[in-house]
Ligand binder design. Structure first.
Ligand code: NAD
Ligand code: LMR
Length: 329
């Protein structure tokens, strides 16, 4: 059976994440090995030539699932008929900056793109914001798309989720596949809270298996939360291949579902669950099925977790108020 190609729009296509991402989308890793895709690449005028070069390389791969590539600097054209939008195009931070310091540089990108999504995308559009500060940029885009259901706008905390799984597996000497039900709460920033109290390792509670609150507070949490800065320090550039990998994981899980007995972390519009104020885009534990997600309910939040979730949510409220005062929402 011939399937209609799924239109995937990628912004910042000529950047370093774009370069690591596009080949994986075109090879079928984003949506599935039987799903043909059409790529719409959005760049600023200075990025168009490099995007054309990447498109030449995509052609040269002769990917059987790739059914076309459009390159443009017009957001209306780029989001025309889009089913999936990956909003990557934004400036990365450099050493010494926090991601929130990018708000004034990058915030202005996401309002017009949200409007272009509102006016041009397909009815089933799913949006992932990668460009930092991802949660609040996703909020800006969502606020400019009143005709699109708010839950279609998500922010990427899957990289943090994957980082936390890798650190925990290393500590306990197990494989990453043994780790389930890990949660990233809050903001994709240094205040994020990677929570292992409900996580399971080879069927046992992870916090009990670790049994070391000092390691948790002084090693695990800061290592995960500050991993982006550590990579900038080591590589001289912000994470790219691991970020592209997380974007692939995020969309693949959203579309294809979480495994039985597991969940993932996504930055989504809060419905007020777990005391997170309605409307801000915060990371939660979610299960996904048939292209929809649900927040995992009923988890007991201990005092250790509560104070950390509250601190990250407080930062998100401050970011929301800052973009309000900048007139971005
Ligand atoms: N959420 C996460 O986990 C995560 C992880 C890694 C990086 N990031 C963020 O992703 C963003 C991109 O990172 P990168 O390393 O690819 O940066 P990069 O500088 O290599 O590439 C960014 C690209 O975006 C383009 N661009 C800028 N403004 C644009 C616009 N208005 N429309 C379309 N394209 C535009 C630029 O021309 C450039 O090609 C940064 O903000 C970075 O901090 C987020
Ligand atoms: O840390 C950064 O600025 C890049 C990215 O958000 C990351 O987590 O690696």
């Amino acid at each position: 059976m011939t399937r209609t190609p799924v239109t995937v729009t990628v912004t910042g296509a000529a950047g370093q994440i774009g370069y690591a991402l596009l080949f994986r989308i075109a090879s079928g890793q984003l949506l599935g090995a039987d799903v043909p895709v059409k790529l719409n690449l959005l760049e600023i005028p200075q990025g168009l030539k490099a995007a054309e070069g990447t498109a030449m390389e995509l052609d040269d791969c002769a990917f059987p699932l790739l059914r076309g590539i459009e390159i443009t600097d017009s957001a209306d054209k780029a989001f025309d008929g889009a089913n999936v939008a990956l909003l990557v195009g934004a400036r990365p931070r450099t050493a010494g900056m926090e991601r929130g310091d990018l708000l004034s540089a990058n915030g202005g990108i996401f309002g017009p793109q949200g409007k272009a999504i509102n006016d041009n995308a397909a009815d089933d559009i799913k949006v992932l914001v990668v460009g930092n500060p991802a949660n609040t940029n996703a909020l800006i885009a969502q606020q400019h798309a009143p005709d699109v259901p708010a839950d279609r706008f998500t922010a990427m905390t899957r990289l943090d989720h994957n980082r936390a799984i890798a650190q925990l597996a290393k500590k306990l000497g197990v494989t990453v596949e043994d780790v389930k039900k890990l949660t990233i709460w809050g903001n994709h920033s240094a205040t994020q809270y990677p929570d292992i109290f409900h996580a399971e390792v080879a069927g046992k509670n992870a916090a009990e298996a670790v049994n070391d609150e000092k390691w948790l507070a002084e090693d695990f949490i800061p290592t995960v939360a500050k991993r982006g800065a550590a990579i900038i320090e080591a590589r001289g550039a912000s994470s790219a291949a691991s970020a592209a990998n997380a974007a692939v994981d995020h969309v693949h899980t959203w579309v294809n579902g979480t495994a039985e007995g597991d969940w993932t972390s996504m930055g989504i519009v809060s419905d007020g669950s777990y005391g997170v104020p309605e409307g801000i885009i915060s990371s939660f534990p979610v299960t996904t099925r048939d292209g929809r997600f649900e927040i995992v309910q009923g988890l007991e939040i201990n005092d250790f977790s509560r104070s950390r979730i509250d601190a990250s949510v407080h930062e998100l409220i401050e970011e929301r108020d800052a973009v309000r005062s900048l007139g971005l929402i």
